[in-house]
Design a protein around this ligand. Structure first.
Ligand SMILES: Nc1nc2c(c(=O)[nH]1)N[C@H]1C(S)=C(S)[C@@H](COP(=O)(O)O)O[C@H]1N2
Ligand SMILES: [Mo]
Length: 204
């Protein structure tokens, strides 16, 4: 039996429905750290969250503005394209819908480019960005995010591969046409459904 087969076989013993583990993935209790470049130095006094592009008016919220917004808790499985899956991760933060309700998007806005420190970006359709369990998380497992996991805020969109879940997020840009973000320019799939194994360019 291969490592992957053994790992999948363990799920029954753990009481986890094997259907929750996407094809080609293994589950882990660890929380690996993955990103390009360095962990940014964050100064909350200078931090802002900017919404621009196809929106009636560009908006910029301070850290205090953001944390005054209502939060919710999400428990979800996360799937990294490097093949690890972590079940039942618990995040607290501001639902993307809650942010969306405070902006005036143009009807032409069909995609969101999420922006972070160091010019990092990721693209996703508005519909996915607004999924019920998508949020701008400030806490993992009840504790503020660790610097390497995205402190002070990261996007979490559990139903897509985890590279879409932008760490050190600073806002988003609304656009009409899809355009590749950082990893998508470097070989990753434009959409990234883990259950369809949409990992790289050319995966259908
Ligand atoms: N700003 C930023 N966010 C990022 C990345 C990155 O390079 N920069 N990498 C993505 C990738 S490829 C993955 S798998 C996840 C990893 O999140 P973690 O380090 O908290 O496990 O962050 C995503 N968010
Ligand atoms: Mo990744």
């Amino acid at each position: 039996m291969s490592f992957f087969e053994r790992n999948r076989a363990q799920l029954a013993e753990l009481g986890i429905d094997p259907a929750r583990l996407p094809p080609g993935q293994y589950h882990t209790e660890r929380f690996p750290v993955l990103h390009a470049g360095s962990v940014p130095d964050v100064d909350l006094d200078e931090w802002d969250f900017v919404v621009d592009g196809l929106v009636e008016e560009r908006l910029a919220w301070s850290w205090d503005d953001m944390v005054a917004m209502a939060t919710s808790d999400v428990v979800a499985d996360i799937h990294c394209v490097t093949k690890w899956t972590k079940f039942d991760t618990r995040w607290t933060g501001i639902p993307t819908r809650q942010v969306w309700n405070q902006i005036a998007p143009s009807p032409d806005a069909r995609f969101v480019i999420v922006n972070a420190y160091h010019g990092f970006t990721a693209n996703l359709p508005v519909e996915d960005f607004l999924s019920e369990d998508a949020l701008f998380a400030t806490h993992f497992d009840g504790e503020p995010l660790e610097p390497e996991h995205g402190y002070p805020m990261r996007l979490v969109v559990p139903h897509l591969y985890f590279w879409k879940s932008v760490k050190w997020v600073r806002g988003f840009t609304l656009v009409a046409e899809d355009q590749p973000g950082f990893w998508e320019r470097n070989g990753y799939h434009m959409y990234g459904d883990p259950f369809k194994q949409q990992r790289y360019w050319g995966d259908t």
